[in-house]
Design a protein around this ligand. Structure first.
Ligand code: SF4
Length: 332
């Protein structure tokens, strides 16, 4: 019988529970050039309250990306200093932490808004090189792992998506070719750091075979774990019933198909629903985002009481307003 508070071996890391905190927007990112004290306090509260693994809010690969006002940036001058402190805080509670990195708009080599089909080899190598430099920074800052967000609607998800990628060279066509840019990146990060590499990728409900093939290729070429999500953002997850949810079904199939840990990318906020799901399926890890925005410490209450449901009403204000704080709490 599995329980969300089981200690687990997650690749080479030990987790104190099966719950993964996923971050999204960071609205408290700067004061006089430093991360605001509220950010450190939030991470300390997360780490001290029974979360298994923390994945940061999005860290933008490029400073002028679409979301950079609401995100951390890998390029801001105090990244190493601030994030070393952040990783030390979570490690004090024996909680591993991954840096989530992505970009939305492709502006490299002096060009703006490059489309997937217009990337030159020079552009591809530039992006891979920028990721590699970011991975080394992430490693020096003390992170246990890197999450390559190649899902949702970030740029690399479009490179993988056959509806977007119409290239006729080695980076288009077959599933392997569409994944080639990511596979080369994973292999380069593996050669130069010891980071655990997690890939967060989209399911394709219209093509289960392709979804399973992507998972298997990511595993084969070096991903240490996967997080399964959908192109649309998680605000829509709640509309599906726990009994009939394509994300749950496909995450279960992927968990059976690969030998690395697989994280369900959201959709549940009740302890008994989570325990039911992990016991009825091969899903071992569940990520949550907005419940932690609502209350970073709720898991301790669940553990103490043996039950619980997040107070988050899924109003989605924090998503649309791109903040890391709960509007319901702030407005009370
Ligand atoms: S703003 Fe709404 S969706 Fe966000 S945490 Fe608060 S209640 Fe949940």
């Amino acid at each position: 019988m599995k329980d969300i508070f089981d200690e687990c071996q997650f690749g080479d890391l030990k987790l104190n529970s099966r719950i993964v905190r996923t971050g999204l927007w960071e609205s408290q990112n700067r004061q006089h050039g430093y991360l605001k004290p509220e950010v450190f306090l939030r991470y300390e509260r997360l780490a001290k309250n029974n979360v298994g693994l923390i994945i940061t809010e999005l860290i933008s690969l490029y400073p002028h990306d679409k979301f950079s006002d609401y995100s951390h940036s890998i390029n801001y001058p105090l990244f190493m200093k601030d994030f070393k402190m952040l990783t030390e805080i979570t490690h004090e509670s024996d909680v591993p932490i991954f840096a989530q990195i992505a970009f939305a708009n492709c502006n490299v080599n002096g060009k703006q808004m490059i489309g997937v089909n217009d990337l030159t080899m020079e552009d591809i190598r530039q992006i891979q090189s920028d990721y590699l430099i970011a991975a080394r920074k992430i490693s020096f800052a003390g992170f246990d792992g890197i999450q390559l967000n190649i899902g949702n609607n970030y740029f690399l998800s479009k490179v993988i998506d056959p509806r977007e990628n119409k290239r006729s060279d080695n980076y288009g066509g077959s599933v392997f070719n569409r994944l080639r840019m990511v596979i080369e990146l994973i292999q380069a990060i593996k050669k130069t750091t010891t980071l655990h590499i997690n890939c967060r990728f989209n399911i394709n409900p219209q093509d289960e075979d392709e979804t399973l093939e992507i998972a298997a290729l990511l595993e084969k070429y070096g991903a240490d774990s996967l997080q399964v999500t959908k192109p649309s953002s998680p605000q829509f997850f709640k509309k599906e019933s726990p009994d009939k949810n394509i994300l749950f079904d496909l995450t279960d199939k992927i968990s059976k198909h690969v030998d690395i840990p697989v994280i369900l990318g959201g959709g549940l906020s009740n302890m008994s629903d989570i325990n039911d799901l992990i016991n009825k399926t091969d899903i071992d890890y569940v990520s949550m985002q907005r419940p932690f925005v609502y209350n970073p410490t709720f898991l301790s209450d669940w553990k103490k009481n043996g039950e619980g449901e997040s107070g988050c009403t899924t109003c989605n204000n924090c998503y649309w307003k791109k903040t890391s704080t709960c509007h319901m709490i702030a407005e009370e």
